[in-house]
Ligand binder design. Structure first.
Ligand SMILES: NCc1cc(CSc2ccccc2)c2nc(N)[nH]c(=O)c2c1
Length: 373
């Protein structure tokens, strides 16, 4: 444990990095996958089970928590860690992305975003300053700057407008954050699919005093090759000594390809959302448990999996639970998926340490290629 936030680079294998983020609430082994806990819960999982999958950190969300139950209420109850019984690190998103994708009747200007709650229509305003205040009230360990993320495809003019606004909001977020002891603030690179805009954003943020840098505005509808091309453009302009977080990414293959290019931290709703819809992520690719072909299959999902739930239940039983829309089906498949993502990250970390990342990726992809196991 440490009083301050720090990042240590432990090993490299090409552009890929094995590192350690240290916070007062614990360490985060990188490359890291951060399960999403939007409404103060990783949906359908007990916190201790999330921890048992190997997760070092979970994510929270300004947008959802400010609307319900309210940031001041969570602060009065002792902060988000106590509220959700997760004593380990928490990273909170700043709310801008969710406002633009979830809220109603929103009005964006230089000051911030005025919007109506998608829950009860109540009116709210988010600014860089209010977002920092909410993240402080939640007592999260890693705060994100308030930014504007544009959907792709978009015009260069639109990408430039949003990127420059996000840079001005980065300055305001940094100023409002101050020097909150033991906390970290990450900047967010924007710029759409425009190389010069991405480079300008990365350089400007690298020159500011952020603890880490996120790459936003990707995995917003563009093909994987466009996303990876943007990483190849941006990463050379990010400081080696700070962690890099690719926001909202992604599939297991997205993560492997991005680790290869030097990304350290990931989050994605895929493992949890897929689990609630009967889809399992395994070492042998995705398995759709809704498919009738599993109805009589007594074999488990993967008898070699690290996660007991992937070994202890038959595909027939999982198929039954999913078809019957039983709550246990969502719980088991969510745990299996989050555990698979953590097993993949552990494999990537070890492979980088041992300088055998290329071989690990070949073996991993061979496993996936066995198709719908
Ligand atoms: N990949 C799309 C994506 C996702 C998120 C959300 S990541 C997240 C989700 C829930 C909780 C914590 C973080 C983003 N957040 C911000 N602030 N900016 C982006 O450009 C962006 C792009």
């Amino acid at each position: 444990m440490t009083e301050q936030f720090s990042f240590r680079l432990l090993a490299k294998d090409g552009a890929a990095r094995r590192g350690l983020v240290s916070t007062p609430r614990g360490d985060i082994r990188t490359p890291a996958f951060m399960p999403v806990g939007t409404a103060a819960t990783v949906k359908a999982m007990f916190p201790q089970d999330v921890r048992a999958t190997g997760a070092d950190i979970v994510l929270g969300n300004v947008y959802h928590l400010m609307l319900r139950p309210g940031a001041e209420r969570i602060a009065a109850l002792g902060g988000l860690h106590k509220f959700m019984n997760w004593p380990h690190p928490i990273l909170t998103d700043s709310g801008g992305f969710q406002v633009m994708s979830l809220s109603k009747l929103r009005k964006l200007n230089e000051e911030g975003v005025a919007f109506q709650s998608h829950i009860d229509g109540s009116r709210h305003m988010l600014t860089p300053e209010r977002s920092m205040e909410i993240q402080r009230l939640l007592d999260s360990d890693i705060h994100m700057q308030f930014d504007e993320c544009v959907r792709l495809p978009c015009t260069d003019a639109e990408a430039e407008r949003a990127m420059r606004l996000s840079l001005r909001w980065a300055e305001r977020s940094r100023k409002a954050f101050g020097d909150a002891r033991g906390k970290a603030l990450f900047g967010i690179v924007q710029g759409g699919a425009s190389p010069p805009l991405r480079i300008e954003s990365a350089k400007a943020l690298a020159a500011m005093d952020f603890h880490g840098l996120a790459i936003g505005g990707l995995a917003v509808g563009e093909p994987q090759d466009v996303m990876l091309a943007m990483l190849d453009i941006v990463i050379p302009h990010l400081p080696e000594e700070k962690p890099r977080y690719l926001m909202g990414v992604g599939t297991p293959d997205d993560i492997v390809q991005s680790v290869l290019r030097g990304v350290d931290m990931f989050d994605c709703v895929m493992p949890t959302r897929a689990g609630r819809h009967g889809l399992a992520y395994t070492r042998f690719g995705r398995v759709n448990l809704r498919n009738a072909r599993h109805a009589d299959d007594a074999a488990p999902l993967d008898e070699g999996a690290a996660c007991a739930s992937a070994r202890d239940y038959s595909r027939a039983y999982l198929h039954h639970l999913v078809k019957a829309q039983e709550i246990l089906g969502m719980m088991l498949l969510t745990e299996i998926n989050v555990a698979y993502y953590q097993e993949l990250m552990a494999g990537l970390r070890e492979a980088i340490e041992q300088g055998r990342l290329a071989d690990f990726i070949v073996q991993t992809k061979e496993g996936w290629a066995r198709g719908e196991a």
